[in-house]
Design a protein around this ligand. Structure first.
Ligand code: MV4
Length: 452
């Protein structure tokens, strides 16, 4: 097992990882920026080191600063959390070169999945369904040819993109030229790689993702799916497991496909395969997230597998403690992301001091957060201040429990997304379970209609 784990992150995920380490008896090192001196992860870790100013480019993204603390403290592993350095293959490689275990897949697996056109080819070679599309395209002519075959709309995607970045929808021949140029230019600037490929564009799919875990001995399990269709500008707001749209047979097939995807790149650790599900039940691999995700908790609640703990165990070289038949999903879990944002002002971030704080509790209620009464939310980072996760025997029970927990949750001094979530949880379409990635737009139309 590791001697000491450095957590190269902040906020609730640092707290989550520190808790998992403490339970395993592993000392931890927190790093923090000058703006985070009063954050909970700094207090909970065994040791804490300031690594730079508020600007994350000079602190949480500073590889030299983080590596220095690792050397200084004798940490033999670094957990990157999510965001920041978590999907940087170059960082994983630097860790590998310094004999520090990056708690995540190898830099090689990350590169193979990080290049989306390459990942598509790998999936095709391994019988994982992908949306009809192309390898990297070099000319307008190639795109036109694909559009003729697949039919409009199509989408151009940056091969170095992902998570909704670097994509352009094309609806007819006349739109190809400008979109191709813009997509390449933007991709070059944002990712340092201008290459793009094409896919048939699916209108309003459901976003379904499958959690997998693999060890270094080639053992893999899947932990079922999460439905993340409630999104706003590619930011997830609410997630649930299982998906109301997936039956037992599809769950099994998608799980097996996710494992084939992971095996194809010799994936080690926890990871997520993202799929799109269209309105006639067909589903396709989109991309793989090579990190622990914000929404991993809903899977933990229905599988009883501590994903953060397993991630550390398999990274340290232990054998996976579960076989697929050990995984029995039970009940339903919903997670609401509590953000310091004003939903009635276009989700404008509103950092500031939390004057009063009283989180909900009770059976099946979980709060993962780094905030407390008196805490000041800094304006420099993402606005998520916690996650409220509710479990129930079935979807309706989880939903009702969530409604009550949201009502109990007191956060004084700042605006939060709590009232927004209350409205979603009570919404008739949400209740029905029959919705897709257009949910939020339609939800606002319904809200406006009901006011008229
Ligand atoms: C798509 C798509 C439709 N067709 N690809 C957005 C995030 C990135 N992982 C992939 N994304 C999409 N890719 C094809 N061929 C629609 C989306 C998409 C989306 C996907 C999941 C959740 C929300 C979304 C919102 C808009 C677009």
């Amino acid at each position: 097992m590791f001697r000491k784990v450095l957590i190269a992150n902040r906020g609730e995920i640092s707290v989550r990882i520190i808790r998992a380490c403490r339970e395993l008896g592993i000392p931890t090192v927190a790093v923090y920026s000058e703006a985070d001196a009063n954050s909970l992860h700094v207090r909970l870790a065994t040791d804490s080191y300031c690594i730079g100013p508020a600007d994350s480019a000079k602190s949480y993204l500073s590889i030299p600063a983080i590596m220095s603390v690792a050397e200084l403290t004798g940490a033999d592993a670094i957990h990157p959390g999510y965001g920041f350095l978590s999907e940087r293959a170059d960082f994983a490689e630097i860790c590998e070169q310094h004999g520090i275990k990056f708690i995540g897949p190898s830099s090689e697996s990350m590169r193979k999945m990080g290049d989306k056109a390459n990942a598509r080819k790998t999936m095709i070679d391994n019988d994982v369904p992908v949306i009809p599309g192309t390898p990297i395209v070099h000319t307008v002519g190639e795109i036109k040819k694909f559009a003729k075959k697949a039919g409009y709309p199509i989408i151009l995607k940056a091969t170095a993109g992902g998570g909704g970045k670097g994509m352009r929808i094309v609806r007819n021949d006349d739109e190809i030229d400008t979109n191709f140029t813009l997509c390449r230019t933007e991709a070059g600037k944002a990712f340092g790689n201008p290459d793009v490929y094409c896919e048939k564009y699916l209108e309003n799919p459901r976003h379904i993702e499958v959690q997998i875990i693999g060890d270094k001995f080639g053992n893999y399990i899947y932990l079922g799916e999460r439905d993340c269709s409630v999104q706003r500008r590619h930011q997830k707001l609410l997630e649930e497991a299982p998906s109301p749209a997936i039956d037992e047979k599809t769950r099994h097939k998608m799980g097996e496909a996710a494992i084939r995807a992971a095996k194809a790149v010799k994936y080690e650790g926890v990871g997520t395969c993202e799929f799109l599900l269209d309105s006639d039940g067909k589903w396709y691999f989109m991309e793989m997230n090579t990190r622990i995700q914000v929404e991993h908790c809903v899977t933990e609640m229905i599988s009883q597998v501590d994903i953060a703990r397993q991630q550390i165990l398999v990274a340290s070289g232990e054998r996976l403690q579960y076989k697929q038949r050990d995984i029995q999903l039970k009940g339903h879990a919903i997670e609401c992301r509590i953000n310091a944002e004003n939903p009635s002002k276009d989700f404008m971030p509103c950092p500031g001091v939390i004057d009063g704080y009283l989180p909900p509790g009770g059976f099946g209620v979980r709060v993962d957060s780094h905030v407390y009464a008196g805490y000041s939310i800094p304006p420099y980072y993402d606005s998520m201040i916690g996650k409220l996760i509710c479990w129930g025997e079935n979807r309706n029970q989880a939903r009702r429990r969530m409604y009550q927990a949201l009502k109990e949750y007191v956060i004084v001094g700042i605006e939060t997304t709590i009232p927004f979530h209350q409205a979603v949880i009570e919404d008739e379409v949400f209740k029905s379970g029959n919705f897709n990635t257009s949910f939020l737009e339609d939800f606002y139309k319904r809200q406006n209609d009901s006011k008229k």
